[in-house]
Design a protein around this ligand. Structure first.
Ligand SMILES: [Zn+2]
Length: 121
């Protein structure tokens, strides 16, 4: 196993970077046990340049371990909030962010080569 700069979300070995860049901001990604007692799966905080992801979320009043896939989908959701806030004055509604981030997640996941040669020629 190679040494990675990112961290693993779970035993399923899905890795996320410690930081991402959006506009002029370097945004730190933190993974915590839960947010708001499990009510939130993730949160983007502009003023702190931070995205927080929760390992556990509340489902029908019970805290459960989030799947690695759902945590990645939440990360995409929060990154889209950051893009919207930094480049778009934060005008997208929550349901629009939800739909676009799920679409983005699917396209990237099903097309792994999409960013391999992203305009670097
Ligand atoms: Zn949201």
């Amino acid at each position: 196993m190679t040494k990675h700069k990112g961290r693993y979300l779970s035993k399923k070995e899905i890795e996320v970077p410690k930081t991402i860049k959006v506009g002029g901001h370097t945004i730190r990604i933190e993974i915590v046990d839960s947010i708001d007692k499990g009510d939130l799966a993730g949160h983007y905080i502009y003023n702190a340049d931070k995205i927080i992801l929760a390992r556990r979320v509340k489902v029908e009043k019970v805290l459960i371990e989030a799947s690695a896939q759902s945590m990645i989908a939440v990360l995409y959701h929060e990154v889209l909030h950051a893009i919207d806030f930094i480049y778009n004055s934060g005008i997208l509604a929550e349901d629009v962010i939800d739909r676009l981030s799920e679409g983005w997640y699917q396209v990237i996941r099903d097309n792994p080569l999409i960013f391999k040669k992203g305009g670097d020629d």
